[in-house]
Structures are given as C-alpha cells and as structure tokens.
Design a protein around this ligand. Structure first.
Ligand SMILES: [Zn+2]
Length: 415
C-alpha cells in the first residue's frame, strides 16, 4: 500500500509496530451515510483497508474517516428499537447485578456509549447509582427523558477524572458495541483504569474476530469499526494500561460477539475460559498473517458467488429486494458491485432512511410496507445477524414462494 495519505495508520494503532495491510475492499462511502439523490454528487469516499498487526494481534483499519464525516446530525441509531437487543441487554444488566455488584453497598455503574439507555434502564429501575456517557446528544436526550443519568461527552482520562470527582470511583464500567469504534483506545483504557475501584471490573462486548474469520462475515468491516477484537488482541492492548483479561464469554449478538471482562492487574483470579479462548484462537490461526491472506481469498470467492447468483436472477427477470438497510450492507454492496439493476430496492423500517439512497451503491431504500405489498422473488438478507428473528416473522413471504439469498457463512438460496 502506498503511503500517500497522512491519515493512514500503517503502524499499529495500539503497539506502533508495522502492520500488514493484506487486502483492500476498495473505494467505500460512509457505511451509515444514507443520502438523497441531490447529495450524491458530493458523497465522501475513502479506501477501506484492514490490516493485521503480527506483534500484538490487533485487526484494524488503516484509514478511518474523520468523526465529523461519520457522525453527522442525521446520525441516530437507537438501540432500543430491536426487541432482541432489549432482551440481550436485560440479561447483560442482570448478570452484572447478580455478579460483580452483588452485596456491594451503593455501587456505581458507568456505561460508555450508553445510547438511549437500553442497558442502564435496568440499573435505574432498581435505583442503583448509574451514569451513562453518550456523545450523541439527541440519543442521550432520549435516555435522559427516561430518567437515566447521562452526560454527552467523549470518554477519556480527563472525563474519567471529572466523573471520579463528582461520583467517586466505579464498581463496574460497561460498554457494548462501542470500544471497537474508538481509534484512541489508549486514552479510553487509561480512563477506565483511573475510574475503576481497585476491585472493580470493566466489561465490554464487540463483534468477535474469530466469528468474522470463520464465517467470512467481512461486512463487519466498515468505517465505524476501527478494530475487530480477539481475546489475544484485547489482552495485549489493555495490559499496557494495567488491566488484565480475567474472563471471556461468547455472545450471539451481531453475528458473533465476545464479552471481555478486565480488572486491575492481579486483583482477581483469571477464569479458565481465558486460557481456553486464547488456545482456540491460536488453533484458528488468528495470530498468523496467513489466516488473513486466506480470509481475503474467501472474501473474493464470496463476492464472485454472490454476483454470479444476482446476475443470473437479473438475466432471468427475477425481482430481488434487499432486506434491511444496515451499515454492514454498505461494505457488501460496494465491494461486490451491486447496482439497482440487481436489487430493486432495500426494504427498511427506519423512517429516516426511507426515500433515500444507500451509500455508494445508491440502491433506493423504501418502507417495509412495499416489500409486503408485492413480495419479490428473492430477498437479499442484509440483516443476516437477525436472520432467525426475521425468517420467523416473514413466513408469508416464503409460503408465497419467496426465497432468501444469504451470504454468511456461505452464499446460498434458502426458504
Ligand atoms: Zn500492534
């Protein structure tokens, strides 16, 4: 890869070693940048290049657009819109209350990227001390409206100091689908270390590298996900800031995630699951470059198979509609070269996306009602990570002869 942009991080964002940029997904727009036809002329693009650091094991993006390009005023993702995620976070909250917080007098829970309060609402309901940190003001306002204590700011060592001064140190710091978005991991890690009590824990979960490699789910790779973590890379990255990986727990969310528990060094016993997970990662080859070279080949094969299928349906005059205008789908549509000639429109229930075009590929996004009104021959399942929930809901589509096109872990047509 040429060193033509100063913004490119060819050295590891965590340890500073030279990384290996083993592939490029090409010119890519902002994954959540749904836009009007008038806006397409000034659409922003960057080159989506993942890299692997053989020294610390971190999978990362070489180039990430400036935050103001990604989180513009229209940006609003409300976690609570998914029933499935509601249940997931209720369980997460309960495990924290029954685990680390159990028996503690007046504990404090801090959540980084607390969104609309989907997790903290459970602590609020039990009148436990809690504080959400949510940079997106309009999303934080929703949480505050529900009575959840929330500050709109970016977390780092300074904010950790302010929180400590106002509320004392935290028993638990939580984060879900947030840490993988933060390029300055060092600042957040040192902030967490400062904010935690000596016997406190930091628990976070994010899409898991092991699942992404095993399933060729390359659509996890987009502008917002600057890191895709493994137990190996998390252990290495946080050890630099005095935090030790003491437990791991796989999660079904986002097509395969991992929950990591960290604690101040030598404050707690390390669960056997950590050693087992690290051994599995070595067995899978997550510590070796050759695994990523094979992943590249798998991505290219997946793309070729998907386009072969879409081109065949197009030549047969079949109607194909995309299901779910997800951020993930932006990588798939642009990397594969899917056009409105392949996919008539994408059906989505989010009002703010309806009537707009998908980023880069410019597939029209239309209300879900249009999908139901005239079922297509095939639905391309962009929201595959909610596949079970969706296929259960859309039994009428299938009983009427409709079929799903899926591409994770393999490209195939299913009923
Ligand atoms: Zn590194």
């Amino acid at each position: 890869m040429p060193d033509k942009h100063e913004s490119r991080h060819l050295n590891c964002r965590v340890c500073g070693s030279r990384t290996n940029a083993f592939m490029s997904f090409g010119r890519m727009p902002i994954a959540n940048g749904f836009l009007t036809a008038a806006e397409t002329a000034k659409e922003y693009f960057f080159e989506l290049v993942p890299a692997f650091c053989e020294t610390c094991g971190m999978f990362q993006l070489v180039e990430q657009p400036q935050p103001d390009k990604m989180f513009h005023a229209n940006y609003a993702f409300y976690s609570s819109t998914s029933r499935y995620m509601q249940i997931h976070f209720e369980k997460f909250a309960r495990s924290v209350m029954e685990g680390i917080l159990s028996g503690r007098p007046d504990p404090l829970v801090v959540e980084l990227g607390s969104n609309d309060g989907i997790m903290l609402q459970h602590f609020h309901a039990r009148e436990m001390r809690h504080l959400g940190v949510e940079p997106s003001v309009n999303v934080a306002d929703v949480a505050r409206g529900r009575g959840i204590n929330t500050i709109s700011a970016f977390f780092g060592e300074n904010l950790a100091g302010e929180i400590e001064a106002a509320h004392g140190r935290a028993d638990a710091v939580l984060a879900a689908n947030v840490m993988c978005h933060i390029p300055d991991l060092a600042s957040v890690a040192s902030g967490v270390r400062r904010l935690l009590k000596a016997d406190g824990v930091f628990m976070f979960e994010d899409p898991y590298l092991g699942d992404m490699i095993a399933k060729t789910s390359y659509d996890q790779i987009y502008d917002e996900h600057v890191f895709i973590f493994s137990a190996t890379s998390v252990m290495n990255a946080f050890a630099r800031h005095g935090l030790e990986l003491i437990d791991v727990a796989p999660q079904q969310t986002h097509g395969g995630s991992m929950r990591y528990t960290l604690a101040p060094k030598e404050s707690r016993a390390i669960a056997p699951a950590v050693g087992e997970c690290l051994a599995r990662e070595r067995q899978q080859g997550l510590d070796r470059l050759e695994t990523y070279v094979r992943f590249k080949q798998n991505c290219e094969n997946s793309r070729a198979e998907l386009m072969q299928l879409l081109n065949r349906f197009r030549s047969e005059g079949k109607r194909v509609v995309g299901y779910g205008a997800t951020s993930k789908s932006t990588t798939v549509t642009n990397y594969c070269g899917i056009t409105p000639a392949h996919v008539e429109f994408i059906s989505d229930t989010t009002p703010i996306k309806q009537g707009k075009l998908s980023p880069g590929a410019h597939l029209p996004v239309r209300p879900y009602e249009e999908f139901v009104r005239a079922y297509p021959d095939y639905a391309l399942l962009f929201a595959w990570n909610h596949g079970d929930e969706i296929r259960e809901k859309e039994q009428c589509f299938v009983s009427g002869g409709g079929r799903w096109i899926v591409y994770v872990p393999d490209v195939k047509v299913v009923s």
